[in-house]
Write a protein that binds this ligand. Structure first.
Ligand SMILES: C[S@@+](CC[C@H](N)C(=O)[O-])C[C@H]1O[C@@H](n2cnc3c(N)ncnc32)[C@H](O)[C@@H]1O
Length: 312
């Protein structure tokens, strides 16, 4: 054997051994197949995709042990299917409970925290960007999969659909005391994630305003399929919506420039008759922070943090 090649071959063999060991460890870890271990299962599903299957794809062209690697690939895929089936059963049960009205806001919150471990009061966690296991869990409950095609052309200044990270909504619920009289609006409500989650976590009436009809239909179907009440979706441009029933207005940067100014003018008029809150996340916080009729509860605006503003 060519001596220079020897270390390469050894390295490949090591990689194959590692892959075998990782697969066997997951196969023998019965805890992963128990419903309650959602967090660990989600991390394991990521591990299968990004550390096992990816490694197999990388090693396959470099080795003559194709049959062994294909059988490892098959075992890894079977594991993925089994783990996903546990999640599917879990989501089905939770959906049935929601449909039958089995949860109060408190018990829904505790149920989520039982399956996903996070600290919504932790400053560092609040400032993280992107999505995490909490989003995977709620996407499963709300059956969020593919975003429907837009049917209307977005005007300049309108932002494309992107879901608020769920930890931001939990942080909002920790920081704002919702009462039964509150009416919560999500401006640019997309597929209805925020209005459904806030309704389930607080019990308040929620209203979504969304200009794209395909997104509104999707949200309306999701709300109906979970038998949720006290949630409304209005298919209208946020510049033309009637905000007279609301007192808490949430925006995950649905638009910028001239549109946000027009919408803030409408909300300013509403604030003449009652106190309102505007809660923001993302770059739109900067525009909102410039409004002299609003006072922020935090010292500095930060686009990676939830911002809460009260009308003066
Ligand atoms: C960043 S996404 C936020 C989605 C939603 N709030 C959530 O977190 O799941 C912005 C949404 O605003 C909608 N939008 C953009 N401009 C709008 C407008 N002028 N009026 C109503 N909705 C608008 C977009 O179609 C998109 O669904």
């Amino acid at each position: 054997m060519n001596k220079e090649l020897a270390p390469v071959i050894t390295d490949l063999e090591n990689q194959i051994n590692d892959i075998q060991t990782d697969i066997a460890a997951i196969e023998h870890n019965t805890l992963l197949f128990e419903e309650r271990n959602f967090d660990k299962r989600t991390d394991t599903l990521d591990f299968i995709d990004f550390h096992i299957l990816d490694r197999i794809e990388g090693v396959l062209p470099q080795t003559d042990q194709q049959n062994l690697l294909l059988s490892l690939k098959n075992r890894a895929e079977q594991l993925r299917t089994k783990l996903e089936a546990v999640d599917a059963g879990l989501f089905q049960k939770i959906q049935d409970n929601i449909r039958s009205g089995a949860y109060t806001s408190e018990s829904f919150k505790s149920m989520v925290r039982e399956f996903v471990h996070f600290d919504s009061t932790n400053n560092e966690y609040q400032g993280e960007v992107g999505y995490d296991n909490l989003d995977v869990f709620l996407n499963g409950i709300f059956s969020f999969k593919n975003v429907p095609e837009q049917t209307l052309q977005r005007e300049p200044g309108m932002v494309f659909y992107q879901k608020t990270p769920a930890r931001i909504i939990f942080e909002m619920l920790d920081k704002v005391d919702f009462t039964n009289e509150d009416v919560f609006f999500d401006l640019g409500s997309g597929l209805g994630f925020v209005i459904m989650l806030v309704n389930l976590l607080s019990g308040v009436k929620t209203i979504g305003v969304e200009f794209e009809p395909a997104f509104c239909n999707y949200a309306i179907n999701s709300i109906a399929s979970l038998n949720l009440s006290n949630i409304k979706v209005i298919n209208v441009d946020a510049r033309e919506a009637d905000y007279s029933s609301g007192n808490i207005f949430f925006m995950y940067t649905p638009f910028d420039s001239h549109i946000i100014h027009d919408v803030l003018d409408l909300l300013k008029k509403e604030a003449l008759s009652r106190e309102i809150k505007i809660i923001t996340y993302g770059p739109c916080s900067i525009n909102v922070a410039l409004q002299s009729w609003l006072k922020s509860t935090s010292p500095n605006e930060n686009i990676n943090k939830l911002m809460i503003f009260n009308s003066l």
